[in-house]
Design a protein around this ligand. Structure first.
Ligand code: AMP
Length: 430
């Protein structure tokens, strides 16, 4: 291949709306996933990892053809073999596919699952909105018990509480499929009567999915929506009972929530409970969502499965969580504050340096080093800048004698210790 044509400079950057995680944010993200997994495991969830690509129909049938995600935002591709695949825009439909594929329905129910990773939506990039973004998700599949809705909300809430930010929960019910049908009829009638007062964009949405009009951000529609019929008046006894039970569980657990009848969450598969976690910007005015979820008792049927598989779940937006949380809250376990700095001087010492590093690693002593440096004061300087309490000095003489000098960086007291005794000696240090 000829190398004469160079890559255009504009292409030497990540695609629009996508970003690299390097430096502290890499570790912060990893620390978040560790913490989220720890809490999820505690509440009885087990991990699952799915491919980033799924057959496109998983989303068109599962999430719904007329949703924003499928209509405008999904990345699709045709493979060389002719299959139509999609980069996952959300997690739930893939999890249900996996549940069906692996016959998880024949295991004791319900199944508690958590997952995390990248998701893709072709949205207009703006602050806090990416085309490749990260979510941590929870799903409980195989039961309609209302306590499970509460477990999902509680687990997500506790994960978000780790950010140290004030979080509030908005909650609503969409009722079961019977209620939903009835409500959609009422809603359509209401908007037809108010046709002249809603935006043209919403008029188009009305035909396909009236719930999206209820969720509209268009100023004129927002005014009309104030008088829109609420689903509460349409609820049947089963739906009322379910919602009441969820709220009672939340009350008992002292989880703060606010009922918001305009919350619909835009995807076709939701039934009964829907909720969103919101926080506020620094001047406390504008709220934005950190995650959300709900019950999706009919998703499996939408996807062509013969059995009804009741389920509930959530997705948390990791990018936004990282943005609002303080620097120090998410520290992954592999990132330990170094207690020792290893200093080597001369060829002999450099050659044997790995032996010392391995002794330290096997004993899990947090160590930093800078093997490419040759000069004592430079290496001591690094230890000082990083406020590392002890330096291990390994010079020409020590390398020949089989010893290491252990220096207390504060008092400057030094001990010469045999390499064979090093691990035991260090154990005694504070
Ligand atoms: P959703 O299920 O679409 O409400 O997404 C759940 C959460 O994921 C949202 O509350 C956001 O915090 C986050 N999220 C969704 N889309 C994006 C995006 N394009 N960029 C960053 N975060 C996103």
């Amino acid at each position: 291949m000829s190398r004469s044509s160079k890559i255009n400079k504009d292409l030497l950057q990540a695609p629009k709306g996508m970003r690299d995680f390097h430096g502290d944010i890499f570790y912060k993200k990893q620390g978040f996933f560790e913490k989220a997994q720890e809490i999820a495991e505690y509440y009885g969830f087990s991990g699952i990892e799915l491919p980033v690509l799924e057959h496109e129909e998983i989303f068109t049938k599962g999430v719904g053809d007329n949703t924003d995600i499928v209509e405008k935002e999904i990345y699709t591709l045709k493979t060389k073999g002719g299959s139509k695949l999609a980069l996952r825009p959300e997690g739930t439909a893939g999890i249900m596919r996996s549940y069906i594929e692996h016959g998880m329905g024949s295991l004791p129910q319900p199944i508690f699952l958590y997952y995390g990773g990248p998701f893709f939506r072709h949205e207009r990039p703006q602050k806090g909105r990416y085309r490749q973004f990260y979510q941590f998700g929870l799903e409980i599949i195989g039961s309609e018990n209302a306590v499970l809705d509460a477990i999902i909300i509680q687990t997500g809430y506790q994960i978000l509480m780790e950010t140290g930010t004030e979080i509030s929960i908005k909650i609503n019910t969409l009722g079961d499929s019977e209620v939903r049908k009835e409500y959609l009829k009422k809603l359509k009638l209401f908007y037809k009567k108010n046709k002249g007062r809603i935006s043209t964009k919403d008029l188009e949405r009305l035909e396909k999915n009236p719930l999206r009009v209820l969720d509209s951000k268009e100023p004129e529609t927002i005014i009309v929506n104030e008088d829109a019929p609420t689903i509460i008046d349409t609820l049947n006894p089963t739906s009322k009972k379910h919602f009441k039970a969820v709220l009672e569980y939340l009350d008992a657990a002292h989880i703060p929530y606010e009922i918001d009848h305009t919350l619909v969450r835009g995807l076709d598969y939701y039934t009964h409970t829907v909720f969103e976690y919101v926080t506020y910007n620094s001047n406390g005015e504008e709220s934005f969502a950190l995650g959300g979820g709900g019950r999706y008792d009919e998703l499996a049927n939408f996807m062509g499965h013969s059995k009804r598989v009741p389920a509930v779940g959530l997705g948390l937006g990791v990018d936004r969580i990282l943005e609002i949380s303080k620097e120090e809250v998410f520290n992954p376990k592999i990132r330990k504050k170094p207690k020792f700095f290893f200093i080597q001087l001369g060829y002999e010492a450099k050659a044997k340096a790995f032996n010392i590093i391995e002794i330290m690693r096997k004993k899990k002593y947090p160590l930093k080093h800078s093997l490419s440096k040759n000069n004592l004061s430079k290496q001591l300087g690094i230890a000082e800048t990083l406020s590392i309490p002890y330096a291990l000095i390994f010079g020409q003489k020590e390398a020949i004698d089989g010893t290491v000098i252990v220096r207390d960086m504060k008092t400057r007291k030094q001990d010469t210790v045999k390499i064979v005794d090093l691990a035991d000696h260090l154990k005694k240090l504070k």
